[in-house]
Design a protein around this ligand. Sequence first.
Ligand code: MN
Length: 209
Amino acid sequence: MAFTLPPLPYAPNALEPTIDAKTMEIHHGKHHKAYVDNANKALEGTPWADKDPIEVIKSLKDLPDDKRGPVRNNAGGHVNHSLFWSILTAPGKGGSPTGPLADAINASFGSLDAMKEKFSAAAMGRFGSGWAWVCVTNGKLEICSTPNQDNPLMGEAIAGCGGTPILGLDVWEHAYYLNYQNRRADYAAAFWTVVNWSAVAENYAKAKG
Ligand code: MN
């Protein structure tokens, strides 16, 4: 079965004022949809068309040369945005890290504030378009960033860092320009008000295995 655009798990205006409804509508309905459509076009008629998108981006090296670029960008975009929507919730509703996730944050970074600081630095340090991530890597939490629609699951050789992402921030201008214009730092700081920590904790539990 071809990839499908997952519905947003909340209304487009649910994240206001942190992320405005218009941005969400365009970001999900146009940008994410285009990644899905273009990934399907690239994979049509190949053995990868019926695979889980996560399995596809983990096996880019096995793809034919003429498919690898479009699939890296578009299946990558599909996986990245699917994770992004799932770890967001209305401002003030996301709680805070608890249990094993809180323990892992403290063990890996010292504190939640220290993790946020390092994450913001990764988001700000990404020149042009890309993502900042918190990943589970060898049982520990690590922060990294990737260019374009690369995902750490593609492996370090391709994406520049590895691990299993449990939280990600889209730092493409299309994610914030209407509301924040060039102020990526403000967007990255406001992001924490809409993080759904129980969703991140679930991702952590799955990634930890
Ligand atoms: Mn995006």
